[in-house]
Design a protein around this ligand. Sequence first.
Ligand SMILES: Cc1cc2nc3c(=O)[nH]c(=O)nc-3n(C[C@H](O)[C@H](O)[C@H](O)COP(=O)(O)OP(=O)(O)OC[C@H]3O[C@@H](n4cnc5c(N)ncnc54)[C@H](O)[C@@H]3O)c2cc1C
Length: 478
Amino acid sequence: MTAVVWFRDDLRVGDNPALTAAMARGTRVLAVYVLDEVSPGVRPLGGAARWWLHQSLQSLRASLERIGVPLVLRRGAAEAVLPAVATEAAADAVFWNRRYGRAERTVDAALKLGLRAAGLHVQSHAASLLYEPWTLMTGAGQPYSVFTPFWRRASSMPEPRRPLPAPEALAGLNGSPQSAAVQSATVQSEPLESWGLQPSAPDWAGGLRAAWRPGEQGALDLLAEFLDEKLSLYPEQRDEPAEDVTSRLSPALRWGEISPHMVWHETMRVRAAAASGRIGSEGAASAFLRQLGWREFAAHVSFHAPDLHRVNWRREFDAFEWPPLDQGALTAWQRGQTGVPLVDAGMRELWATGTMHNRVRMVVASYLSKNLLIDWRHGEEWFWQTLVDADAASNPFNWQWVAGSGADAAPYFRIFNPVLQQQKFDPHGSYVRRHVPEWGTPEYPEPLVDLGESRRAALAAYDRVKRATRSAPAPAPA
Ligand SMILES: Cc1cc2nc3c(=O)[nH]c(=O)nc-3n(C[C@H](O)[C@H](O)[C@H](O)COP(=O)(O)OP(=O)(O)OC[C@H]3O[C@@H](n4cnc5c(N)ncnc54)[C@H](O)[C@@H]3O)c2cc1C
C-alpha cells in the first residue's frame, strides 16, 4: 500500500497536515509535485516565482529524503498526471492540502471525484490559511468587503490550531534513504533542471540569490530572527523602507515553506513572554499579526470574487476610461526611470531583488495607476513576473486596493504623493540613494509627468466614474 502526497503551495514537512496524515497510516509514502502550466485558468508562474520554485523544490526534496519520502517531479495537466502517478505507485490513497483559486479548485474537485471513483481514498486538509475563506462571513451571510470588521471577526474566533511537528521517518518503510531510492526507481521523476525554471541566458537571478535563501529552514530562521531582533521595532519602523525590520516572510508564506499557524503561534509565544517583561512587544505582536490578517483578507476577497487579476472588484469601475496605453511611460516605470526618486528606487529594488518594501509598493502602484493613468492590470502583471512572493490573491487584491477599484473603505480619492511619502518615510534619502545612486546628478532623468497636474487629471477621471455610476448600487457594507 502506498499513499501519495501531492505538494502544491505547501513546500514544507513541518506543520503539513496532508503529509502528517499520510505518514500516520504507516504505509509507504510518495511525494509528488506537478508543474501544471496547462490546466484551463491556472495562471502560469512569473519569472521570479519560477526561480524561487526551483530552489524550494530542491530544499523540499532534501527534507523529504531525511524522512525517507521520495519526491517525484512531473510536468503537465494535474488532472492527467496525478492519476498516472497514483497508478504507477500502486497507490491506494492520495492526500493534499487545499488551495483556493477557482481554476485550482476546479482541477482538485475533478481529481477527487475521479480518484474516488477509481477506488482510492482521497483526503484534503486546511494548511495555508488561518481561516478558510468560507468560514468568516458577515451577519447577513455575505463575504466581508472591509478589512477592519473582517479582522475583528477573525480575532473573535477560537485561536488557530497549533502547528504539527514534522513527521518522523517510518522504520523499514520510509525510514532510510535507500527506501527513498527504491521507491523513486519505480516511479520516474523528471529532472528538476529539465524544467528550465532558472534563467540562463542571461542569468538575471544574481540579486535574488544574494537576497534570499528559499526553503523551509530559511523560513524558520527568518521567523526566529524577526521575533528576536526586529519585532519590537516593527510598529514604529515598519513603514520605513531603509530599515530592515519587517519579517521578509512573504515568499515563504506564498510557497508554504512556513505555515501561518507556525507564524501565529511563535509570535503569540513571544507576546506572552513580553507580557512578563520585554516592554513594547505585546502591541508589536498584534501589529504584526494584523498584517497576516491582510493576507487572510486578500484570500477571502479573492475566493469570493475570482479572476481578481482581470476583473474590477468594484464593477462600477468598469466605466473608468483608461487612456490608450503609453508604452514608453510603462517601460520607464518598469525600469525605474520615471524621474520620481521613491518610485524609481522601488522599481529598481524589485528588479534587483524580487521584492519591494510594502510602503513603496503602494507608492509605485498609485503612481502608475493615478499619475500615469495606466490600467492597474499592467502593473499587476509586472509584479506577477518580478516578485518572488507573487501571490494570486494578495497581488491583484493590493493592486485594486491602491487603484481604487478594490475592497477598500476609501477608494477613490487616495492618491499617494511620492514626494511627501519620501519626506515622511525616507527623510534622509538612504533608501533612494541605495537603489538610485545617480539621484541628484545630471544623469538622473527629468520627471515623466507633473505630479500636481497628473493628480488633478486622475481625480477628474475618477469623478467621471463616480458621476456615471451614481445610480448604480454600492457593494454591500460589511
Ligand atoms: C501593489 C501591491 C502588491 C502586493 N503584492 C503582494 C504579493 O504578490 N504577495 C504578497 O505576499 N504580498 C503582496 N503585497 C503585500 C505586501 O507588500 C507584502 O506582503 C510585504 O511587503 C512582504 O514583506 P514582509 O514579509 O516583510 O511583510 P511583514 O510586514 O513582515 O508582514 C508579514 C506578512 O503579512 C502579510 N502581509 C503584509 N501586508 C500584506 C498586504 N498588504 N496584503 C497581503 N498580505 C500582507 C505577508 O504575508 C507578510 O509576509 C503587495 C502590496 C502591494 C501594495
